[in-house]
Design a protein around this ligand. Sequence first.
Ligand SMILES: Cc1cc2nc3c(=O)[nH]c(=O)nc-3n(C[C@H](O)[C@H](O)[C@H](O)COP(=O)(O)OP(=O)(O)OC[C@H]3O[C@@H](n4cnc5c(N)ncnc54)[C@H](O)[C@@H]3O)c2cc1C
Length: 382
Amino acid sequence: MLREAHEDLRRGVRDVCARFPNAYWRDLDAGRRYPEEFVRAMTEAGYLGALIPGEYGGLGLDLSAACAILEEVNRSGANAGPAHAQMYTMGTLLRHGSEEQKEAYLPKVATGELRLQAFGVTEPEAGTDTTSIRTKATREGDHYVVNGRKIYISRVEQSDLMILLARTTPIERVEQRSHGLSVFLVDLRGAEGLTAKPRRVMMNNATNELVLEDLRVPAGNLIGEEGEGFRYILDGMNAERILIAAECVGDGRWFVEKATGRAGEREVFGRRIGENQGVQFPIARAYASVEAASLMVEKAAALFDRGEPCGAEANLAKLLAADASWEAANVAVQTFGGYGFDAGYDVERKFRETRLYQVAPISTNLILSYVAEHVLGLPRSF
Ligand SMILES: Cc1cc2nc3c(=O)[nH]c(=O)nc-3n(C[C@H](O)[C@H](O)[C@H](O)COP(=O)(O)OP(=O)(O)OC[C@H]3O[C@@H](n4cnc5c(N)ncnc54)[C@H](O)[C@@H]3O)c2cc1C
């Protein structure tokens, strides 16, 4: 493997992950349970507060370090998915929240007293096309009253707080579709007017349909300015893409290591399958793809940390890393043969988990469209 940055940090994360072996994740997957114990351990070690500045009780690390954390989690065979949202949803509050909001919430998020793991954007009529969301927040005195439906909103039942995107000015009354959307910090504890209906999806992901019926959110929980919410959400997307890309690199490395191990010990026709180039080459190619993607993740994170524009690199990192982990996942299944489909070998679980990143939080097509239009200057297609 290439020399890796943040070796001390990575070692610490590996130590925490070692307490949660594959059998732990396998059992959770079978029972569709949320990894409460793992999330608690990661929070207690400070890793989920990595990006929260020291003045609010976090580790105050940069994005490159946060990438190292998430990569190591997935590389260990675990799934950072149930825990990662806190890292990037917190950014909306940190960058656009008032000082009062930051002081009230960030220290508690850092210690785990408050869990900020839910991010409510997607709706049945608006997934990729975010500005079409129909959830409405109407100001009534010192509250906003929220009505609408959201879909695939993860970890609502395991969070105390949710970042919610809603329309505050009807789409017919704004000059641009991206205007008139606002971001709220919703306190989920005992909230009335909010029903979560769990959706069973391909992997163990606590995701829900949300029905919002006259949910009352104090006006003080509006983040930033009313109507500017889409910009705030976009603002966090580079960080989100780079962090998810790091998870994909971790998955890719796990698959390559698994496939290599299996190829070196499984004997068929009296010889190890890894002696056949037909088995070796796809693993070597997947290794090359993962290492190349890792360089793009490093580049994107370094630009982000220097405060330089990184839209192109963040998107490329997400695209290349999601493709590399998916390639490595397929190679691992092929190398394991029938055992690749057997839950007892973990490959099929990780295969299902890494598949998500072709679609969420942004699909491959949308990244290609970004690159075509914004990097290559090709005509806008939608
Ligand atoms: C397990 C899971 C967890 C999730 N967690 C959350 C969460 O916590 N919070 C949240 O807000 N959302 C969450 N999502 C939602 C996720 O972000 C969306 O599913 C995703 O953004 C895609 O939206 P969609 O499903 O509506 O697909 P659609 O918008 O219906 O798109 C379907 C397909 O068409 C393609 N497509 C659409 N338009 C174009 C175009 N113009 N050109 C080319 N291709 C196009 C897309 O790329 C996609 O492949 C989650 C989803 C899943 C599956």
